[in-house]
Design a protein around this ligand. Structure first.
Ligand SMILES: C[S@@+](CC[C@H](N)C(=O)[O-])C[C@H]1O[C@@H](n2cnc3c(N)ncnc32)[C@H](O)[C@@H]1O
Length: 326
């Protein structure tokens, strides 16, 4: 394997745009969640907590649900060449399992790990190289929420002669759906398959299900990961406390929110921009929407995405959905 990796970087992640987004986060007291994956340190912290708490790592039944989705997608692919586009690929473990399956089925595989974090894209690339030839791997850094020319980019630059499977795993919880779903829908072409996963609130009682999953967030590894954003900007641990709660957001959807409550005055300076926080003020560090399978199907349909297969883990905490353009 070569010791050099070529990574394409979209303008949405050029320094001036990242700075604009950081200043907007500080001004609005709402962290854009992309900043939790910004540095190598944060990427490593997230990968560690994902390993410890994600049902896809800790629950064999949940892994099976992904396998079922992968099998169903692979069975629909008729062409010899398949291009997997991993949107928000993270460490690329799930995409690599899909790629491996396609390879076992005799397909020639191509992979575009896409993520806002360069470190994450490189980890995903490294993971995938166990099954994908280096020349068929196209790491791509972009901000899916702000880039508006990605479909032209994917269509022109990558393998238009291959079938495409777009993956969007574990992404929907951290975005406002009305912001990200139109973007996602615009990237899915008529013949593409979309594999989508969502974290769910288990059981028939939505509120009770939310209570049940709260420990997946309110734990030392997640606290440490989320606080890194503020600590790296100069906030001290003694300047406030991080509190998790359940709240209702867009379209009646429930979410876990993590707010930092300042208990004393604090000042953050980013180059020439100064942000003052008073005691009693809160800063939203993170949120994670939890859906139910019905809510997923309904919201995808709003954006012209039709679910043609779905698998839910016995724990009902995670679901995989195979979709097409309606
Ligand atoms: C919860 S992780 C999911 C990772 C992976 N898909 C999985 O299921 O293991 C969310 C991923 O989205 C990426 N991300 C966050 N905001 C993004 C944005 N605006 N555009 C692209 N990727 C983003 C993060 O860097 C992170 O890798």
């Amino acid at each position: 394997m070569s010791s050099v990796a070529s990574v394409r970087i979209h303008a949405s992640q050029f320094p001036e745009n990242v700075r604009r987004d950081l200043l907007a986060s500080l001004r609005t007291r709402r962290a854009n969640h992309k900043f939790h994956y910004d540095s190598v340190k944060q990427t490593q912290k997230w990968l560690t907590l994902h390993q410890a708490y994600s049902p896809t790592r800790t629950d064999m039944d949940c892994q099976t649900v992904y396998e079922q989705g992968f099998q169903a997608a692979a069975a629909r692919i008729k062409s010899q060449r398949v291009h997997v586009i991993g949107l928000g690929c993270g460490g690329g473990q799930k995409d690599t399992r899909l790629l491996k399956l396609l390879k076992i089925r005799g397909r020639e595989i191509f992979y575009s790990p896409c993520d806002v974090s360069t470190a994450m894209v490189l980890v995903a690339r490294q993971t995938a190289l166990a099954v994908v030839p280096e020349k068929n791997c196209f790491p791509f850094v972009c901000d899916l929420a702000t880039a508006d020319d990605l479909s032209a980019d994917f269509d022109s630059r990558f393998t238009h002669h291959a079938s495409r499977i777009i993956t969007f795993f574990g992404m929907i919880p951290n975005f406002e759906p009305q912001i990200i779903l139109p973007k996602l829908a615009s990237l899915v072409r008529t013949k593409d398959l979309l594999l989508f996963s969502a974290n769910l609130a288990p059981g028939n009682n939505y509120a009770a299900g939310m209570k049940k999953i709260l420990p997946q967030y309110d734990n030392p590894l997640t606290r440490d990961w989320l606080l890194t954003f503020l600590l790296d900007l100069g906030v001290g641990l003694g300047d406030g406390e991080l509190r998790f709660s359940v709240a209702t957001g867009t379209l009646g959807l429930k979410r876990v929110v993590a707010d930092f409550h300042f208990t004393r005055r604090c000042r953050i300076e980013v180059e020439n921009a100064v942000f003052n926080f008073c005691a009693g003020e809160t800063f939203r560090l993170f949120f994670s929407y939890r859906y139910t399978p019905e809510r997923v199907c309904k919201i995808l349909a709003r954006y012209g995405l039709k679910v043609c297969g779905q698998w839910t883990a016995p724990s009902e905490a995670e679901g995989v959905f195979l979709c097409r353009k309606a």
